[in-house]
Design a protein around this ligand. Sequence first.
Ligand code: ACO
Length: 431
Amino acid sequence: MANETVTITDNSTGKSIDLPIKSGTHGPRVIDIAKLQSELGMFTFDPGFMSTAACESGITFIDGDKGVLLYRGYPIEQLAEHSDFMETCYLLWYGRLPTADEKQKFDGIISHHTMVHEGLHNFYNGFRRDAHPMAITVGVVGALSAFYHDSLDIWNDRHREISAHRLIAKMPTIAAGAYRFSRGEPFAYPKNKLKYAENFLHMMFSFPTEEYQVNKVAAEALDLIFLLHADHEQNASTATVRLAGSSQANPFACMSAGVGALWGPAHGGANEAVIKMLQHIGDVKHVDKAVERAKDKNDTFRLMGFGHRVYKNYDPRAKIIRKACMDVLKELKVSDPLFDIAMKLEEIALKDPYFIEKKLYPNVDFYSGIILRAIGIPTSMFTVIFVIGRTIGWISQWNEMMTEKNLKIGRPRQLYTGPAIRDYEPVEKRK
Ligand code: ACO
């Protein structure tokens, strides 16, 4: 409805203000509080952004209660079934599905940007042999700013587009390089005839001395994982990318900030944490004890891969990936004791009143870790795989923000609870 408002009254002064209500295409309406400070002299207080929309966006929509996820309006289930990661990248960046010609051209552009500047390889040598691949990825992605000066004008549409193409194309090369370095193995150059996920597997596992055959089941599973992780509206890493971008930093620096934010186990680090947790549980017979520990308020242990800030019914990505997980294990004839533990954990937790009442369901990363393990990806690379998939989401959200009419630097306010104003005392007078 037009001109809807909410009236806020400060009972201590009796002063009132009418705040406009805004509606989007889907989802809850929002109260526009921009004038609150100038009119009432107050800020809002919402740690963790529990009720705060930080921006306007036309890219991704989530309904956490109904388990809905849309990329540019298309349900994730339809994209997972009929599309592929490259087409999804096109959709997220350009806002619409490509024609057959556009799709072919886009695939070609991305393939032709997959090599990194030779000088970038030197960066890897500066890391310790045992560096975590995420540590290397944060550094090397940031270092791209030093190599691609020709596209760093953030106000130029074409520069932003080239940077997006480069980031999508080079991320698997950078990620595979992090793995090869940690193994003391030669870097494998990308091959343009391979599809995106196939190319990544080739760069991860091929040797100059032998022919490498890409496993189609593994490549398809990986492509699906990239597609399911491609965007997720204003999550912690995307919000970080936007905040960094709001200061007009270059896109590579912003992406590096996003990689850092993704790393934590409460976010993208969860897929790695799931496998470590399953290894720690060790046996199906210890699952009950793990569930009890997760419910114990005095124990910091949580079931990794369970729960989500937004999905309080089910994670639609988890539903899709659960099926893919079963298919991959069957097709590759993988028998993994960790998978038995995972299935037992899923069964017990889904029946347990604690998890039911708190609406804690397995999320996408509960199953993605099991697939990645089945196709031979080492655990330390799991979050890096998430980086590859999420790059398109980060860069599309950054681009959307950069094309806003009134871009403002993001500057949260605070509720100060430190010492009241006091006078400095010379050292000799202090007790
Ligand atoms: N195991 C046990 N208890 C849990 C779990 C869990 N995995 N997740 C939440 N809870 C409990 C909390 O202890 C809390 O209980 P309380 O109300 O009695 O205090 C309640 O459920 C709500 O939890 P919050 O942490 O307040 O929920 P929030 O929305 O802030 O956190 C999060 C969501 C971070 C994902 C959380 O569920 C979690 O830590 N999960 C495990 C890590 C994980 O899988 N992260 C991946 C997220 S998906 C992604 O990034 C792709």
